[in-house]
Design a binder for this molecule. Structure first.
Ligand SMILES: [Mg+2]
Length: 333
């Protein structure tokens, strides 16, 4: 995983003073180990937020394997009076699929408690009264979400064999009905799909939208797949276009979450995630408190090497599943 760009310091005196201040500022931002808090610090921590926004993959489960103790931790937070919602970048299993998985951990969860980038994209397209076809690079479940919301999707599959440049030319004919290219994780991604996307994106009025922008997808501790970031980047480079981003940590998703949950005081929100680049950056950009757990993408060593203030979490814990035990040990709750 690529962490933040390092801060570089230059030679002028004023810049140097400014940099020293910044360095001091960042060095003061030391994440706190939740398991090492005293009882009074733990009480203070629990009293400091009302809402928990929780990522799913790498926090609640890994692929379909549950993370031990998560059910109890969610229950404990509810008993302490916290409201829990879920904010995931995972469009691939669709809203229904994610909700079905969450029900196994949180029986009270409803559709309204879950946000994925698909919902923010749909809300945006409805707001601008988008009525053209969408060329969607994504999973069948993501496509289902768009169709259920009333959008018309163009066929992205192309089954003919391409055996000459003449055939390629035919393949790359524009389709004026298409008004948006949406790029998320597509396990059947092909050069043909990318090439057709570049054709449509050549028209400046065609919207270029991204969902999840993850660089890597962790199937388990050993299997890591390239994430959608890489083919989104290739589209950007070839077309010279900058996409409208809707996944964590984008501004569009920040606004969507804040509005949907009517968040008045962001400092009273705790964001729990396993990715520094997606979750900590998203949470701190929103002004939330952040808790990083090490059961997914980011490691303790990634956290220690962070040099940018919005990538440093306020708290860390080995696993979200440990929260229940830690609270019980410190506060006897
Ligand atoms: Mg995650």
């Amino acid at each position: 995983m690529l962490l933040s760009a390092r801060l570089f310091f230059h030679g002028t005196r004023s810049f140097s003073l400014c940099s020293q201040f910044r360095r001091m500022h960042i060095s003061e931002m030391v994440p706190k180990d939740l398991s090492a808090l005293s009882s009074s610090e733990m009480r203070q921590f629990l009293n400091s937020f009302d809402t928990v926004l929780c990522d799913c993959d790498g926090v609640i489960w890994n692929l379909s394997q549950p993370i031990k103790g998560v059910n109890e931790s969610l229950e404990k937070l509810k008993k302490c009076g916290k409201t829990i919602h879920y904010v995931s970048n995972n469009n691939a299993v669709g809203t229904k699929g994610l909700l079905r998985s969450l029900k196994k951990f949180d029986s009270d969860v409803t559709n309204d408690d879950l946000i994925i980038p698909t919902q923010a994209i749909i809300a945006y397209l409805k707001r601008i009264q988008f009525d053209k076809e969408i060329f969607l690079l994504g999973s069948i479940y993501m496509k289902e979400d768009f169709e259920n919301a009333g959008f018309c999707l163009a066929n992205t599959e192309y089954e003919k064999m391409v055996d000459s440049f003449e055939a390629v030319r035919e393949l790359l004919e524009d389709n004026e009905n298409i008004g948006a290219v949406i790029c998320d994780y597509d396990i059947y991604l092909s050069n043909i799909k990318l090439s057709r996307s570049t054709t449509f994106l050549r028209r400046p009025e065609v919207l270029f939208i991204t969902g999840a922008t993850d660089r890597k997808l962790h199937i388990d501790t050993k299997i890591v797949l390239p994430g959608p970031h890489f083919y989104q980047s290739s589209l950007m480079e070839v077309t010279g276009r900058t996409p409208l981003e809707f996944g964590k940590p984008s501004k569009n998703l920040q606004k969507y979450v804040t509005t949907k949950y009517n968040i008045q005081d962001p400092s009273r929100v705790l964001f729990v995630g396993d990715s520094i680049m997606q979750d900590v950056k998203f949470g701190s950009s929103c002004g939330y408190q952040t808790l990083l757990v090490f059961t997914g993408i980011s490691t303790m060593s990634d956290m220690k090497s962070c040099q940018s203030e919005n990538l440093i979490p306020n708290y860390y814990l080995n696993s979200f599943g440990d929260l229940c035990t830690v609270v019980r040990q410190k506060l006897d709750l």
